[in-house]
Structure formats: structure tokens, C-alpha cells
Design a protein around this ligand. Structure first.
Ligand SMILES: *Cc1c(COP(=O)(O)O)cnc(C)c1O
Length: 219
């Protein structure tokens, strides 16, 4: 199936209150353009250098989301244009994003990545760390970043009950935090394999790559 057809099929399964981020990492700009022609405007990448190159080549009405782990020394390369950074997992990183945003006279929107999977390797804050960050006086003084919600990745497993449990947990802490922090409105959870469960559990933003562009080929 063409990218256009894949997108059209996929959109039928995503309710209008859920934002679709088309994850285009490793894919050529020709593929992104095909998705763009089919109306897609939000693209997700996980490497700053690759995203910046594509930003230079794609039409300027695209919203670029950084969904990967962010190294502080690379924030400067995307500060001019990035529209949402999903993977913020430290105050130090937020301070750097704030500093680079100031240079471009922008406010950069961010999500805190929350660790919900059982794997050790996935980045993210736990509930206590997220609370500490949001309550810290330093954070409150950062005028050029805005934390709009949470992002999480479920364990890589076929066990749908476990995936559902992890998403449900993230949604419950998101709801708790949102009571005290009304700016928290985005809950980014769900990928090709688990987005339907994520939406059932309260996701407002899904990050989908292979179901649009086909399997990725890493060499
Ligand atoms: C690659 C990636 C995705 C998309 O994965 P698919 O399984 O291809 O849909 C979503 N979120 C993050 C953080 C990713 O790195």
C-alpha cells in the first residue's frame, strides 16, 4: 500500500481529539513529502541532525517533534524550529532548552518523559522525580519553556494486559498532576503496535512510524 493509503486507513482508526505524529526517522524526504501531500503536517524524528536536515528540505508548514533522547549539547541545532520535544527527562535539559529558546526569542513546548516500562534501558522520570521537577523554584523561573504534558513508552512485549496496565498507570499520574498543573494537556503514548490500547487508556497523541512508512531498515 502507498504511504497515502496507509495514512488514510490509519486516520480512520484515530479519533479527532488524538494528534497523529508521523514518525519518519530513517525515511527519505520523498516519503515525508508523500505523507505531506496526503495532508500530514506533524512529523516526529529521534535524531536532531537528521530532523534538522529534513526541516531544511521540507515545506515550512510542518510541525517538527523531537521524540528521541535529547543530548544537551545538541539542543541548539533545533531550537530555532522545533515545535514539541517529547523526551525531556531532567531539569538540566530544560534549563538548556530554555537558554537556547531565549536566543531565538521563542517559547519551546516540551513533554516530560515518564518511565513506565519494565525495561531498564528506557529513559524517563519516575513520579517523584516529575513532581520534584514541576515544583522546583528553578523550573518556575524558566520563561522560555512550557511543559504541556507527559510522554511514555510501554514495555516491548506481546502481553497486551501489561501494556494496558502501563498506559493506565501513566494516565492516572497524568490526571493527578493535571489537577495542580492545568497546563498539562498532552499525553503522548502509543506507537504502531500499541496505539489502539493507548487511545483506549486516554492518549491524546500517538507516535506512529512503521504503520505509515513501512518497516525501518537499520544498517
Ligand atoms: C520509533 C519511535 C516510534 C514509532 O515506532 P513505530 O513502531 O514505527 O510506530 C514512536 N515513539 C518513539 C519514541 C520512537 O522512537
Amino acid at each position: 500500500m502507498s504511504i497515502k493509503n496507509q495514512l488514510q486507513q490509519l486516520r480512520k482508526t484515530i479519533p479527532p481529539h488524538v494528534t497523529l505524529v508521523a514518525v519518519s526517522k530513517t525515511k527519505p524526504v520523498t516519503d515525508l513529502l508523500e505523507a505531506h501531500e496526503a495532508g500530514q503536517r506533524v512529523f516526529g524524528e529521534n535524531k536532531i541532525q537528521e530532523m534538522t536536515q529534513k526541516w531544511g528540505e521540507m515545506p515550512n508548514d510542518v510541525d517538527w517533534h523531537m521524540i528521541g533522547h535529547v543530548q544537551r549539547n545538541k539542543v541548539k541545532y533545533m531550537a530555532q524550529y522545533v515545535s514539541l520535544i517529547h523526551g525531556v527527562d531532567s531539569l538540566k535539559l530544560l534549563i538548556e532548552i530554555n537558554k537556547q529558546a531565549q536566543k531565538h526569542n521563542r517559547i519551546i513546548n516540551c513533554l516530560l518523559q515518564i518511565h513506565i516500562a519494565t525495561e531498564e534501558t528506557k529513559f524517563g522520570l519516575n513520579e517523584t522525580e516529575a513532581a520534584e521537577l514541576l515544583q522546583s523554584p528553578i523550573f518556575k523561573e524558566l520563561t522560555n519553556v512550557r511543559v504541556l504534558g507527559f510522554m511514555g513508552m510501554a514495555t516491548f512485549t506481546d502481553n497486551k494486559q501489561q501494556i494496558r496496565k502501563e498506559f493506565r498507570y501513566l494516565k492516572s499520574i497524568f490526571d493527578n498532576f493535571a489537577e495542580d498543573h492545568p497546563q498539562l494537556t498532552i499525553l503522548s503514548m502509543g506507537m504502531s503496535g500499541d496505539y489502539q490500547i493507548a487511545i483506549e487508556e486516554g492518549s491524546t497523541m500517538v507516535r506512529i512510524g512503521s504503520s505509515i512508512f513501512g518497516a525501518r531498515n537499520y544498517h
